[in-house]
Design a protein around this ligand. Structure first.
Ligand SMILES: [Zn+2]
Length: 275
Protein backbone atom coordinates (compact mmCIF):
# COMPACT_ATOMS: atom_id res chain seq x y z
CA UNK A 1 0.00 0.00 0.00
CA UNK A 2 1.51 3.36 -0.92
CA UNK A 3 2.58 5.73 1.77
CA UNK A 4 0.08 8.55 1.47
CA UNK A 5 1.29 12.02 0.70
CA UNK A 6 -0.07 15.26 2.02
CA UNK A 7 -2.23 17.14 -0.40
CA UNK A 8 -0.82 20.20 -2.15
CA UNK A 9 2.42 18.51 -2.99
CA UNK A 10 3.78 20.97 -5.52
CA UNK A 11 7.18 22.51 -5.52
CA UNK A 12 9.64 19.66 -5.18
CA UNK A 13 10.85 19.45 -8.74
CA UNK A 14 14.38 20.77 -8.93
CA UNK A 15 15.31 20.03 -5.36
CA UNK A 16 17.09 16.78 -6.15
CA UNK A 17 20.44 18.47 -6.56
CA UNK A 18 20.23 19.96 -3.10
CA UNK A 19 19.31 16.58 -1.67
CA UNK A 20 22.27 14.87 -3.31
CA UNK A 21 24.63 17.41 -1.86
CA UNK A 22 23.13 16.92 1.55
CA UNK A 23 23.45 13.15 1.27
CA UNK A 24 27.07 13.20 0.22
CA UNK A 25 28.00 14.23 3.73
CA UNK A 26 25.66 11.77 5.40
CA UNK A 27 26.76 9.72 8.35
CA UNK A 28 25.34 6.32 7.49
CA UNK A 29 28.14 3.77 7.20
CA UNK A 30 27.94 2.15 3.78
CA UNK A 31 30.59 0.05 2.11
CA UNK A 32 31.39 1.42 -1.35
CA UNK A 33 33.00 -1.90 -2.34
CA UNK A 34 29.59 -3.56 -2.40
CA UNK A 35 28.08 -1.01 -4.71
CA UNK A 36 26.61 -2.92 -7.61
CA UNK A 37 22.99 -3.76 -8.17
CA UNK A 38 23.42 -7.40 -7.23
CA UNK A 39 21.03 -8.62 -9.91
CA UNK A 40 23.32 -8.49 -12.90
CA UNK A 41 20.42 -7.52 -15.15
CA UNK A 42 20.95 -3.79 -15.22
CA UNK A 43 24.33 -3.13 -16.73
CA UNK A 44 23.99 0.63 -16.94
CA UNK A 45 23.19 0.98 -13.25
CA UNK A 46 25.85 -1.57 -12.33
CA UNK A 47 28.51 0.35 -14.22
CA UNK A 48 27.42 3.66 -12.80
CA UNK A 49 27.30 2.30 -9.26
CA UNK A 50 30.69 0.65 -9.38
CA UNK A 51 32.31 3.96 -10.34
CA UNK A 52 34.22 6.04 -7.86
CA UNK A 53 32.03 8.34 -5.75
CA UNK A 54 29.02 6.17 -6.57
CA UNK A 55 27.83 6.55 -2.99
CA UNK A 56 27.04 10.16 -3.82
CA UNK A 57 24.38 8.90 -6.23
CA UNK A 58 20.94 8.50 -4.78
CA UNK A 59 20.01 5.52 -6.98
CA UNK A 60 23.26 3.71 -6.12
CA UNK A 61 22.71 4.21 -2.42
CA UNK A 62 19.16 2.96 -2.74
CA UNK A 63 20.41 -0.09 -4.61
CA UNK A 64 22.63 -0.88 -1.65
CA UNK A 65 19.73 -0.52 0.76
CA UNK A 66 17.62 -2.88 -1.34
CA UNK A 67 20.49 -5.38 -1.54
CA UNK A 68 20.85 -5.33 2.23
CA UNK A 69 17.12 -5.74 2.85
CA UNK A 70 16.89 -8.67 0.45
CA UNK A 71 20.04 -10.29 1.80
CA UNK A 72 18.45 -10.14 5.25
CA UNK A 73 15.22 -11.81 4.15
CA UNK A 74 17.07 -14.43 2.14
CA UNK A 75 18.27 -15.79 5.49
CA UNK A 76 15.56 -14.59 7.86
CA UNK A 77 12.50 -15.81 5.99
CA UNK A 78 13.50 -19.49 5.99
CA UNK A 79 14.85 -19.23 9.53
CA UNK A 80 11.82 -17.52 11.02
CA UNK A 81 8.99 -18.88 8.90
CA UNK A 82 10.40 -21.93 7.09
CA UNK A 83 9.73 -20.33 3.73
CA UNK A 84 12.11 -19.61 0.85
CA UNK A 85 12.63 -15.98 -0.07
CA UNK A 86 11.90 -14.89 -3.63
CA UNK A 87 13.80 -11.74 -4.64
CA UNK A 88 11.79 -8.73 -5.76
CA UNK A 89 13.19 -5.93 -7.88
CA UNK A 90 12.78 -2.32 -7.00
CA UNK A 91 11.79 -0.21 -9.96
CA UNK A 92 13.11 3.33 -9.68
CA UNK A 93 11.00 5.58 -11.85
CA UNK A 94 10.48 9.25 -12.48
CA UNK A 95 7.14 10.93 -12.98
CA UNK A 96 5.06 7.91 -14.08
CA UNK A 97 5.26 4.14 -14.41
CA UNK A 98 3.02 1.34 -15.59
CA UNK A 99 2.82 -1.62 -13.18
CA UNK A 100 0.95 -4.88 -12.68
CA UNK A 101 -1.27 -2.87 -10.32
CA UNK A 102 -2.07 -0.16 -12.87
CA UNK A 103 -0.28 3.02 -13.76
CA UNK A 104 1.12 5.26 -11.07
CA UNK A 105 2.71 8.65 -10.84
CA UNK A 106 5.22 9.82 -8.29
CA UNK A 107 2.39 11.44 -6.29
CA UNK A 108 1.41 8.07 -4.80
CA UNK A 109 4.68 7.59 -2.92
CA UNK A 110 6.57 4.29 -2.86
CA UNK A 111 4.49 1.13 -3.01
CA UNK A 112 4.62 -2.63 -3.41
CA UNK A 113 2.59 -4.27 -6.17
CA UNK A 114 1.62 -7.86 -5.22
CA UNK A 115 0.50 -8.57 -8.80
CA UNK A 116 4.01 -8.21 -10.25
CA UNK A 117 6.09 -8.55 -7.05
CA UNK A 118 7.93 -5.26 -7.52
CA UNK A 119 8.61 -2.33 -5.25
CA UNK A 120 8.17 1.02 -7.01
CA UNK A 121 9.72 4.26 -5.95
CA UNK A 122 10.26 7.67 -7.45
CA UNK A 123 13.31 8.96 -5.61
CA UNK A 124 11.85 12.46 -5.50
CA UNK A 125 9.61 11.03 -2.76
CA UNK A 126 12.53 11.59 -0.39
CA UNK A 127 12.16 15.27 -1.15
CA UNK A 128 8.60 15.15 0.09
CA UNK A 129 9.77 13.34 3.20
CA UNK A 130 12.49 15.87 3.89
CA UNK A 131 10.86 19.11 2.82
CA UNK A 132 7.20 18.62 3.65
CA UNK A 133 7.09 15.92 6.29
CA UNK A 134 10.26 16.87 8.11
CA UNK A 135 11.95 13.45 7.92
CA UNK A 136 15.29 14.57 6.55
CA UNK A 137 17.50 11.92 8.12
CA UNK A 138 19.37 9.64 5.79
CA UNK A 139 17.97 6.52 7.40
CA UNK A 140 14.52 7.59 6.20
CA UNK A 141 15.37 6.00 2.86
CA UNK A 142 16.22 2.45 3.91
CA UNK A 143 13.33 2.58 6.37
CA UNK A 144 10.87 3.36 3.57
CA UNK A 145 12.30 0.61 1.36
CA UNK A 146 12.36 -1.92 4.20
CA UNK A 147 8.70 -1.14 4.88
CA UNK A 148 7.82 -1.87 1.24
CA UNK A 149 9.82 -5.11 1.33
CA UNK A 150 7.86 -5.94 4.45
CA UNK A 151 4.81 -6.01 2.17
CA UNK A 152 6.67 -8.31 -0.20
CA UNK A 153 7.32 -10.66 2.72
CA UNK A 154 3.63 -10.50 3.66
CA UNK A 155 2.85 -11.42 0.07
CA UNK A 156 5.24 -14.40 0.16
CA UNK A 157 3.81 -15.59 3.48
CA UNK A 158 0.22 -15.32 2.27
CA UNK A 159 -0.57 -12.67 4.89
CA UNK A 160 -1.57 -10.14 2.27
CA UNK A 161 -4.02 -12.52 0.58
CA UNK A 162 -5.50 -13.55 3.92
CA UNK A 163 -6.05 -9.93 4.91
CA UNK A 164 -7.74 -9.15 1.57
CA UNK A 165 -10.11 -12.10 2.01
CA UNK A 166 -10.86 -11.11 5.59
CA UNK A 167 -11.54 -7.53 4.51
CA UNK A 168 -14.09 -8.74 1.97
CA UNK A 169 -15.84 -10.89 4.56
CA UNK A 170 -15.78 -8.14 7.17
CA UNK A 171 -15.81 -4.71 5.50
CA UNK A 172 -16.41 -2.91 8.80
CA UNK A 173 -12.98 -3.98 9.97
CA UNK A 174 -11.25 -3.47 6.63
CA UNK A 175 -9.46 -0.33 7.76
CA UNK A 176 -8.24 -1.80 11.03
CA UNK A 177 -6.91 -4.82 9.14
CA UNK A 178 -5.03 -2.49 6.78
CA UNK A 179 -3.51 -0.66 9.74
CA UNK A 180 -2.41 -3.96 11.29
CA UNK A 181 -0.83 -5.01 8.02
CA UNK A 182 1.00 -1.67 7.71
CA UNK A 183 2.28 -1.87 11.27
CA UNK A 184 3.58 -5.36 10.62
CA UNK A 185 5.52 -3.99 7.61
CA UNK A 186 7.01 -1.38 9.98
CA UNK A 187 7.94 -4.11 12.45
CA UNK A 188 9.60 -6.12 9.67
CA UNK A 189 11.53 -2.97 8.74
CA UNK A 190 12.72 -2.76 12.34
CA UNK A 191 13.81 -6.42 12.32
CA UNK A 192 15.86 -5.72 9.19
CA UNK A 193 17.37 -2.55 10.75
CA UNK A 194 18.57 -4.57 13.73
CA UNK A 195 20.28 -7.11 11.46
CA UNK A 196 21.38 -4.81 8.62
CA UNK A 197 25.02 -4.60 9.67
CA UNK A 198 25.21 -8.38 9.31
CA UNK A 199 24.12 -8.34 5.66
CA UNK A 200 26.66 -9.00 2.92
CA UNK A 201 26.76 -8.80 -0.84
CA UNK A 202 27.30 -11.75 -3.21
CA UNK A 203 31.05 -11.69 -2.55
CA UNK A 204 30.66 -11.66 1.22
CA UNK A 205 31.44 -7.97 1.77
CA UNK A 206 29.49 -6.18 4.47
CA UNK A 207 26.98 -3.73 2.93
CA UNK A 208 26.67 -1.51 6.02
CA UNK A 209 29.80 -0.78 7.96
CA UNK A 210 27.80 0.72 10.81
CA UNK A 211 24.33 1.77 11.88
CA UNK A 212 24.26 4.17 14.77
CA UNK A 213 21.60 4.98 17.33
CA UNK A 214 21.27 8.26 15.44
CA UNK A 215 20.34 6.29 12.31
CA UNK A 216 17.73 4.29 14.20
CA UNK A 217 16.36 7.52 15.63
CA UNK A 218 16.02 8.80 12.06
CA UNK A 219 14.07 5.65 11.19
CA UNK A 220 11.79 6.32 14.16
CA UNK A 221 11.41 9.98 13.16
CA UNK A 222 10.43 8.87 9.67
CA UNK A 223 7.89 6.43 11.05
CA UNK A 224 6.45 9.31 13.06
CA UNK A 225 6.41 11.75 10.19
CA UNK A 226 4.47 9.43 7.88
CA UNK A 227 1.87 8.38 10.44
CA UNK A 228 -1.57 9.12 9.06
CA UNK A 229 -2.30 11.55 11.88
CA UNK A 230 0.79 13.63 11.12
CA UNK A 231 0.03 13.64 7.41
CA UNK A 232 -3.55 14.71 8.08
CA UNK A 233 -2.32 17.51 10.34
CA UNK A 234 0.23 18.72 7.81
CA UNK A 235 -2.32 18.73 5.04
CA UNK A 236 -4.61 20.82 7.19
CA UNK A 237 -7.14 18.11 7.83
CA UNK A 238 -8.87 17.16 11.02
CA UNK A 239 -7.61 13.88 12.48
CA UNK A 240 -10.13 11.20 11.67
CA UNK A 241 -9.11 7.85 13.09
CA UNK A 242 -11.57 5.89 10.97
CA UNK A 243 -9.78 6.98 7.79
CA UNK A 244 -6.36 5.79 8.93
CA UNK A 245 -4.83 3.03 6.89
CA UNK A 246 -1.20 3.08 8.02
CA UNK A 247 -1.50 3.76 11.71
CA UNK A 248 -0.71 6.77 13.85
CA UNK A 249 2.80 8.13 14.29
CA UNK A 250 2.97 6.59 17.73
CA UNK A 251 1.83 3.16 16.50
CA UNK A 252 4.29 3.20 13.62
CA UNK A 253 7.18 4.10 15.88
CA UNK A 254 6.16 1.49 18.43
CA UNK A 255 6.13 -1.34 15.86
CA UNK A 256 9.33 -0.30 14.14
CA UNK A 257 10.91 -0.28 17.60
CA UNK A 258 9.38 -3.67 18.46
CA UNK A 259 10.96 -5.23 15.38
CA UNK A 260 14.25 -3.48 16.07
CA UNK A 261 14.38 -4.49 19.74
CA UNK A 262 13.67 -8.16 19.08
CA UNK A 263 15.45 -8.38 15.73
CA UNK A 264 13.06 -11.25 15.12
CA UNK A 265 10.26 -11.02 12.54
CA UNK A 266 8.21 -13.68 14.36
CA UNK A 267 7.69 -11.07 17.07
CA UNK A 268 5.78 -8.93 14.55
CA UNK A 269 2.32 -10.29 15.27
CA UNK A 270 0.25 -7.18 14.82
CA UNK A 271 -2.90 -9.18 14.08
CA UNK A 272 -3.79 -10.15 17.62
CA UNK A 273 -4.12 -7.98 20.66
CA UNK A 274 -3.96 -4.21 20.96
CA UNK A 275 -1.82 -2.21 18.54
ZN1 LIG B 1 2.74 0.15 3.51
Amino acid sequence: MPIPLPSGKGGWVGLVVALLVALAGGGLGLNAATNDDGGGDNTALEQKCSAENALDQLDCRNTLYVNSIQAYWQTALPEAFGKAYQPSDTVIFSSAVSTGCGSADSGVGPFYCPADDHVYIDLTFYEVLAQQLGASGEFAQPYVLAHEYGHHVQDLLGTEAQVRRQQQRDPNNANELSVRMELQADCYAGAWAKNAVGTTDASGQKIFTSISQQDIQEGLDTAASIGDDTIQKKSGGRIDESSFTHGTSEQRQRWFRAGYDSGDPTSCNTFSGPI
